[in-house]
Design a protein around this ligand. Sequence first.
Ligand SMILES: [Zn+2]
Length: 357
Amino acid sequence: MDYIINHKRFKKKYSFNELDKYLWSEKRISKFPHSIPHYFDFFNGYAKKNYTLIPTKCLCDNNDDILLSKSDRHCVEFPTVVCKKCGLIRSKNYFTDENINDFYKNYFRNVVCETVDEHKVHEDPEYMYNDQKEESIKRFKIIEKFGNKILSKKKVLDLGGGIGGILEHFKNENEVYLADYFDPYLNYAKSKGINIIKGGLDKIDFKPDIIIMSHVIEHWSNFKEEMKKLIQIQKIGETINYIEFPGIDSLKLGRREGDVIGDLLVPHVYFFTSYVFENIMNRYGFEKLYIDSEIKSLFIYTGKKSNLINNYPKVLKDLILAERRRKIHCVQNFIKLFIPYNLLSIIRKIRNKKINY
Ligand SMILES: [Zn+2]
């Protein structure tokens, strides 16, 4: 099978012996892939022995893919493809439901979250909660501004919300619910006055006014089933769905230094651009209220379904632009190696000021 971008970095398979070369370092010219030995060990050891991979099919039901990358951002062999009939990027193969349950129940927090935060903040619920609360102010504002709802006396559900810190912004005026699987977080949320539900969509037996799904949908391995359940709990034309995940179309703007490999991660089944995602939601009968390329989005269910749009040419263009951006970052990173540290920190300060204003 061909690769959408014909460059050897997308075709590479990594062995345990070369992981040292890919450890994280500010001095690396290209930041991805970034090896994490315990993550690599889990997927090449336990998962390889105990899990089964099954070929996946695109959500548009066509069967016309081109390869994007052979490995994920942490050097694990994990082929991803782009559908030429719609532009959706997805993992070529995925684990069985049973494997996925085992993974999220027993390994996810240790294998993945520890790669994100080396300080094991996930073992400190109070820190996590406050961190999520702070991080969520912008989400709350989007819901408030574009949702056209008076945020009082509403039922607000945070689905897969971890510890539920975002609900802190809603809880004084509204009835708030957190649905997730991890007991220590659920218990902490409960101590904060949040109603807790252990499980996912199938455990929701009411119709919320606001549903928050932040970094959830890209993990759905049974997308169609989950979508059906999501539709069942909608108040038609009323429920606001806040959906967020990293959008592939923001790479070209410099996110992850333009490197799409930085977004590829085994626990993710789908890698959406904002416009491919919007079309998927439209095909299921959701209407967009707001979306940006990062992606933070608001959708409302109307039941009116749109047709498939083939966004493949647009995705291809965005991937090429991202790749161009990545090369610029590589050159910049190379030059940085020769600039004295003090000067570099001054440049960073100036640049941060620019970003802030
Ligand atoms: Zn497709």
